[in-house]
Structure formats: C-alpha cells, structure tokens
Write a protein that binds this ligand. Structure first.
Ligand code: IPM
Ligand code: MG
Length: 372
C-alpha cells in the first residue's frame, strides 16, 4: 500500500476542471488497489498572484518539496506579452522546473488507433507511431534572464532610437549530458533509437549538443542514434511520424515540436507530460506531472476541456514517482477503452462518436477502471 503525498496545483483556466478529473482517477486507483495517498492543494498562477502576491508562494513551494509528486493543471491568462512588470502566472512553472531541477520533460506521443480519424494526418502515416519526446526543461532561452553573465542576457533596451531586444541561449556540457543520458536510458528500454534534434548548422549550443550526444552514445552500444536539424524534424514529424522512437532536444525546440506532434494524437488535450530530475522518493523520482495543453481561458468553466492529457499525466505520476506500474498501465488502458467505445470531448469530435464533457469523460475512465 502506498501512502505517497501528492501536491495538487490546479492553476488557471481549464486547469481546475481537468485536474479535478485526474484527481478523481487517482482516488479511484486508491479504492481499487488499496492505497491511501495523501493529497495537498495549493494555489498557483493567477489566483496565487491575487491572494499571495506571487505565481507560487514559498509556502506552496515547500509543500511541493515535501511531497512525492506534484500534479499540475495549467497556468496563464490572456496573452500579455513578456513581462518587464509584475508577476506572471508562468513564473510558477519556471520556478518549479528550475528550483526542483526538473531537467527532463517526457512527452509521450502514441496515438490510439480509434483516434486516427481525429488527426489531420492520414491514418496510414500514423500507423505505428509511438514516440517519447525528452525535452530539456531547465536551461536554454527560457532561463537566459537568470544567468549571471555580464550585459543582462535578456531584456529590451529602449534607450536608443531603435529599441533592441535580446535573449540568450546558453547550455553547459553538463546540462546537455544529463538530459541526453536520460533519453538514451529510455531508448534502451524501448525502441533502441534516439533522434537528437538541433540546429547545428547555425547555433554554437547545438554544436556542443552534438558533441555531447556522440560521447553519451559511446556508452550505449545497444542504442542507435541520429542527428536531425530542427526544421527537418518539424517536417518529418508529419511526413513519417512512425520513424521516431525517442527524440531529445533543447527547451524551446521541444516546446514547439511537441505542440506540433500533438496533432498526431488528434488534439493537444490528449498529451500528458512528466518533468523529472534526480531527487529520489520512496517509489521512484520526485516529479511534476501536467498536461501539455495550456490554460485555454476561452473554454474554461464550460465542461468542454479534454481531461485525457491530465488523466494520462496522473498515470505517469503513478509510474515514475510512486513506482505503481500496474496502476499506471490500468489507467492508460481505461482511457484507451473509453476512446475505443467512441466517447470524445469536443476537441476530438468526429461524426459517429459520442460527444461528452470534461466530467463525463473523467467518470467514464473511472468506471472503466473500477470494472477492469
Ligand atoms: C509548455 C508551455 C510552457 C512552456 C508555457 C506555459 C510557458 O507551453 O509547458 O509547453 O513554454 O514551457
Ligand atoms: Mg508548450
């Protein structure tokens, strides 16, 4: 029996409603498999800014630190541009990712066969698609503004007649190595193929990235690897998605390519993610689990959001942080079964399918889990 502590941060927009369904699925897992998880709730994003003055307060952060895992919804409001001014909801994510050392963001993309019709990509191209993105998550352009290099690495200089903006892309060898090792480790347990994505024909950070990949590859003789330029990868993802097994890339490339890859699964609402570092907890690695989609304020509170990405994120939590592989697989099987029976949220609606809301989708998954 697991008594793991899980901090739940629902966040903004559709975050609360999809996270609620993921939470209910974890409660169903408790009941079926006789666990007693301990849940804590905290504020994050816009509500935290309003109530506590920061996108994530120190108290909430400490609560996460004392947990085995964090289940995260979404943060963000209407796009407001980049911030020179007050706190932004996204800062909560950046703080969690950076301070907990979550350098590896796993984003599996495995379109279920009954979902093929929901993707604009033809079924014969989708067939066999089963890949995991390993996105570097704690360095690169996202963190240029935190580095202590001279000359303020990120910001806008408005002193001259023509304003000038700068962002800095830095990677150290170690920052590259740890995420690349994670990718090779995962590949060694699945399809034995790593595609490393970069822009080595232009960027110095990518030249270093390739050198490190070559070094790590020497330690993994059973894993094949290739280098692919990011623009080529953007094309190959739609042209021939089944060719990929494990794809490893830097932070911003990974952000962009995984949104693109989500169309293979029918909708970004379908995709889960796990953010992992090195800290061990009883069942595995301390981690943060969130759907790949954002806060989608335009559909918030309407029972229209797809909870599958959040529910599958809870499955990853069971697997990676709690060591409950059987339970994780059961949740994934329940989701697949519900999709197989033709239930769809509006984002992946097709003719001949039964459209359901966020809550009903969650309930169907729980019922299926309980019956299995
Ligand atoms: C993601 C999101 C975030 C990111 C945003 C909300 C800052 O797009 O997790 O992919 O860019 O990392
Ligand atoms: Mg993104």
């Amino acid at each position: 029996m697991s008594n793991a502590a899980i901090t739940v941060l629902q966040g903004d927009g559709v975050g609360p409603e999809v996270t609620e369904q993921a939470l209910q699925v974890l409660r169903a897992v408790e009941a079926v498999y006789d666990h007693a998880f301990v849940f804590h709730q905290g504020l994050v994003g816009q509500d935290a800014i309003a109530a506590e003055g920061a996108a994530i307060s120190d108290a909430t952060f400490e609560m996460c630190a004392r947990s085995d895992a964090v289940l995260f919804g979404a943060v963000g409001g209407a796009p407001s541009g980049r911030a020179d001014g007050g706190p932004r909801p996204e800062q909560a994510l950046f703080r969690l990712r950076k301070e907990f050392g979550f350098f590896a963001n796993l984003r599996p993309v495995r379109p279920a066969e009954p979902m093929y019709g929901a993707s604009p990509v033809r079924p014969e191209r989708l067939k066999g698609t089963d890949m995991v993105f390993v996105r570097e998550l704690s360095a690169g352009l996202y963190y240029g503004h935190l580095e202590s290099v001279p000359g303020k690495p990120s910001g806008i200089d408005r002193t001259g007649p023509d304003p000038k903006a700068v962002d800095t892309l830095t990677y150290t060898g170690q920052e590259i190595e740890r995420v690349v090792r994670t990718a090779f480790g995962i590949a060694a347990r699945r399809g034995h193929r790593v595609t490393s994505v970069d822009k080595a024909n232009v960027l110095s950070s990518s030249v270093l990235w390739r050198e490190v990949v070559e070094e790590v590859a020497r330690d993994h003789p059973t894993v094949d690897h290739e280098h692919m330029l990011v623009d080529t990868c953007a094309m190959e993802l739609l042209r021939n998605p089944a060719r990929f097994d494990v794809v490893v890339t830097e932070n911003l490339f990974g952000d962009i390519l995984t949104d693109e890859a989500s169309v293979l699964a029918g909708s970004i609402g379908m995709l889960p993610s796990a953010s992992l570092g090195v800290r061990r907890v009883e069942g595995g690695l301390f981690g943060l689990y969130e759907p790949v989609h954002g806060s989608a304020p335009d559909i918030a509170g309407q029972d229209r959001a797809n909870p599958v990405g959040a529910i599958l994120s809870a499955a990853l939590l069971l697997r990676h942080s709690l060591g409950l592989e059987r339970e994780a697989a059961a949740v994934e099987a329940a989701v697949e079964e519900v999709l197989h029976r033709g239930y769809r949220t509006p984002d992946v609606q097709e003719s001949g399918r039964t459209v359901v809301g966020t809550r009903d989708m969650g309930r169907l998954v729980r019922d299926t889990l309980a019956q299995a």
